[in-house]
Design a protein around this ligand. Structure first.
Ligand code: MN
Length: 163
């Protein structure tokens, strides 16, 4: 199940060329809070990869402008393939010509809290409480549906007002 989730990730990459992790099967039990990570990715277009640990993999979005701490900013977040959990530790330069070629650096990392994150992601509306060094507090991720009601890869990520 978890393995299938990384099929697209692996198919896009040549692990003889890139030092990115291939992805091991997820460990079964984990009691601590799930992690999140934001990696700055200086690819053909600079963006920030926002990743949330869900069921042993990293659900991932490419956020061109990165997360904002201002609730008035609605930032586009394009969902990308699930990444292996070890990817949270990846920093380095993916060779030019390889998928995602460019420099990856850690921008922030921490744990998050959310209620029923799997179901919420499926429904296209999830609230996560980030506990990072830069990204802190509640953020909503909202899937944008196309006008025909088809499922889309585009989401918005918006900081929620602190109470
Ligand atoms: Mn990226």
């Amino acid at each position: 199940m978890t393995g299938d989730s990384l099929k697209i990730y692996r198919a896009k990459r040549d692990f003889r060329q890139t030092s990115e992790p291939e992805g091991r099967p997820a460990k079964k039990t984990k009691k601590s809070l799930p992690i999140f990570v934001i990696q700055k990715h200086d690819a053909s277009r600079l963006h920030y990869d926002f990743r949330l640990e869900v069921k042993g993999v990293l659900k991932s979005w490419a956020v061109p402008k990165g997360l904002s701490s201002d609730p008035r900013d609605r930032r586009l977040a394009v969902q990308t393939e699930d990444h292996p959990l070890e990817y949270a530790d990846f920093e380095g330069t993916i060779p030019k010509g390889e998928y995602g070629g460019g420099k990856v650096t850690l921008w922030d990392r921490g744990v998050y809290a959310a209620q029923g994150v799997e179901e919420a992601l499926e429904k296209g509306h999830v609230v996560v409480w980030l506990k990072g060094k830069k990204a802190k507090g509640a953020y909503a991720l909202i899937r944008i549906r196309s006008f025909r009601g088809k499922r889309d890869k585009s989401w918005l990520v918006v900081k929620m007002r602190d109470r």
